[in-house]
Design a binder for this molecule. Structure first.
Ligand code: GLU
Length: 485
């Protein structure tokens, strides 16, 4: 059997979103699973809408997701160039061949003429198709119009009959060729159109399998027919079911589709996004949910891709991200949260050994409270900020309550005279303090937590105090006492 060659073919006219990232991932997994090649082809024929910024972002996002390509931008390869805008030379001969074989014909109809005929044609509840006026021109008429220099587009001549797409995901899908227009494959200025260049590229790049969104399904019979007219067999196609938003509507840029870069900036792990996207339409046994990249490579197959639309669930993605953060050893978790803290100005980029060890202790104390890496700022910012900012709701709910000031005053004494500042020592002292006053430990911890962290939620209070150290803890309590009722 020949080597599997698949491609991801983004148009750099926007950022990489959920659906596109899933398509890229599935192709990558298929290639890696089969030991084939994953090709990245940039479909930048729409020069007006393609930008360098989008291209760079797509490349950055794919790289971040770990979807490395074997041929494509940056690395080249034997079947390049991998930018459609650089492949103009390959399209013209294919158009000439179709014209010579009678599989395509020149069309001199102007858009105005077509519009006029469209308007006049009886509506039969179906879309208007090109009426083939130029197909009926005699060879002499055609030659003389060309000699006159009349602008001519080239149309593909759709043959009679039906076209069956043997889809690896959807099964056999049949199209009646009368539903297909004699599509324009080259415009009057000679530039080839989308459905045509995709075929030539897939052919010249030796693509064996195409996996793409089912929004492309209506293009597939046209592409299959063009392949055949060129005397070649089409690749195997597989169309992925749509991704729906929470409300059951198609996920779109306006409806729930978040750009991969945004997930990165919020602190999602590529491991989590890859894991989540893999399960957005594919399932292993319907039960297991956590897969490493290597496990996905080993287990992924087309047979596990469902035909039903998949529902995108942002809460599930957050949950999965938390699972992946939890799995990271503390040192690596620290590496990954570091940029988020640097961005907020809470730590310097180049920590010395002592600062680094302190940060690792903080990360360890925060434990499994992170749903995203960005959560570190809310969970641990108070450890690192030079001063505490007391949240106004926490102040009125806790510090302003009767007895809070007295409790804090008592705690100031205990903490200033504690023999050491280890969590176990602090716990013992505070339990005794609570017993003495006939209060529950919780009653004491509440104002203390607000005093030293600024809010009502934090890691364990004894670890928190120990990490803050005596001096800072006492200074924060002192400040909090100016806010008590
Ligand atoms: N460039 C197309 C897109 O971004 C993909 C074409 C294909 O996969 O055949 O939607």
């Amino acid at each position: 059997m020949s080597e599997m060659r698949v491609r991801f073919a983004p148009s750099p006219t926007g950022y990489l979103h959920t659906g596109g990232a899933r398509t890229a991932l599935y192709n990558w997994l298929l290639a890696r699973h089969a030991g084939g090649r994953f090709i990245l082809r940039i479909e930048d024929t729409d020069r007006a809408r393609s930008t360098r910024e989008y291209l760079d972002a797509i490349i950055e996002d794919l790289t971040w997701l770990g979807l490395d390509w074997d041929e494509g931008p940056g690395i080249g390869g034997p079947r390049g160039p991998y930018f459609q805008s650089e492949r103009a030379d390959t399209y013209a001969p294919a158009i000439e061949k179709l014209l010579a074989d009678g599989a395509a014909y020149h069309c001199f109809c102007t858009p105005e003429e077509i519009e006029e005929r469209k308007k006049r044609s009886p509506k039969e509840g179906r879309e208007w198709r090109y009426d083939r006026r130029c197909l009926d021109l005699s060879a002499e008429e055609r030659e003389s119009l060309l000699a006159e220099g009349r602008p001519a587009a080239v149309r593909f001549r759709v043959p009679e009959g039906t076209t069956t797409v043997d889809d690896t995901i959807l099964g056999s899908v049949e199209f009646d060729n009368t539903e297909l227009d004699d599509l324009v494959i080259a415009r009057t200025d000679g530039t080839p159109t989308y459905n045509f260049v995709v075929v030539v590229d897939d052919l010249m790049m030796g693509i064996t399998h195409v996996v793409r969104g089912s929004d492309h399904l209506s293009n597939t019979p046209k592409q299959v027919l063009i392949f055949r007219a060129l005397g070649e067999s089409p690749p195997r196609y597989g169309h992925l079911p749509l991704v729906l938003a929470q409300d059951g509507k198609v996920l779109s840029k306006r409806r729930g589709a978040v750009a991969v870069g945004e997930y990165r900036r919020e602190g999602y792990l590529p491991e989590a996004l890859v894991n989540y996207l893999a399960l957005l339409g594919w399932s292993y046994d319907g039960v297991r949910e956590i897969f490493t990249r290597d496990e996905l490579v080993e287990k992924f197959d087309v047979a596990g891709i469902g035909r039903k639309p998949a529902a995108f669930d942002p809460d599930k993605l957050r949950w999965m991200n938390a699972q992946w953060i939890k799995r990271l050893p503390v040192s690596e978790r620290t590496d990954r949260v570091l940029p988020f803290l640097v961005r907020e100005g809470l730590v310097a980029e180049d920590l010395d050994a002592g600062e680094r060890a302190h940060l690792e202790s903080i990360v360890e104390t925060v434990d499994d409270r992170l749903k995203t890496l960005g959560d570190i700022v809310g969970q641990a910012g108070f450890f690192l900020a030079s001063d505490v900012i007391h949240d106004s709701i926490a102040v009125s709910k806790v510090l302003a309550k009767p007895g809070a000031d007295e409790t804090l005053a008592g705690l100031q004494q205990i903490l200033s005279s504690a023999p050491d500042f280890e969590p176990a020592t602090l716990e013992k002292l505070m339990r005794a303090f609570a017993d003495e006053r006939g209060l529950s430990l919780g009653k004491i911890v509440q104002p203390l937590r607000v005093a030293v962290t600024g809010g009502t939620a934090s890691p364990g209070i004894f670890e928190t105090l120990a990490l803050l150290g005596r001096e800072r803890s006492l200074a924060r309590i002192e400040k909090a006492r100016t806010l008590t009722g």
